[in-house]
Design a binder for this molecule. Sequence first.
Ligand code: GCO
Length: 254
Amino acid sequence: MRGLFDLTGKVALVTGSSRGLGKSLAEGLGEAGATLILNGTNPDNLNRAVSDLRARGLAAQGVLFDVTQPDQIRAGLDEICKDHDAIDILVNNAGIQIRHPAIEFPFEDWDRMIRADLSSIFYVSRQVAPGMIERRSGKIINICSLLSEVARPTVSAYTAAKGGVKLLTKSMAVEWGPCNIQCNGIGPGYFDTEMNRALIDNPEFNAWVCKRTPLGRWGEPKDLKGPVVFLASSASDYVNGHILYIDGGLLAGI
Ligand code: GCO
């Protein structure tokens, strides 16, 4: 049973992992033995994250590319291939949040959100999957959201994108399952991250989250480590097309 969750010898690419949930996801994979490839677009943040994880004894390197730019992704993957024969685990985490009432949501912000939070996952997965198909082995984990299932005011673009990520995950599972690639999603609830700082600092929203979430608290980045290791490991070899919600039970109730 112990070896079931062991990622020793596996190479894991986590997009948007220089900070926040992405960095915690990578840390969890590294603590399970994976060799980590962190990704970001800010050299200073990326180097800082790599140094931090290395200081904790984890095998980590950083590759700069913007997940909204297919050519940059290609160049980043080519750089990775200089050091590694394969990417065994892909965590599509990179994303942004822009909040406006739908009736006044700027078109350019909408387009930016869909590209950053949905299209980017296709751009990266479409270029990583061929190697996994050739090896007939791979784990793809797409970061969805509780907003892949329900909506709230002011985040229409994010919600539409994350709804798309849910079904893109299932599409990948269906098309690439025959090549022994397991593609699943993780749907975080409300987590204590910089993206949510404005919400956490809002006493009413903070109180609502704690009341609406059966576990009565915001998620902490460490709460995602076990789920991502599970979906990245042999423990989930017959799990495919599943969205695992890590939301303290929020979606379980009304
Ligand atoms: C918001 C939040 C959410 C959370 C998370 C929920 O404005 O409602 O930013 O999007 O961050 O994605 O799963």
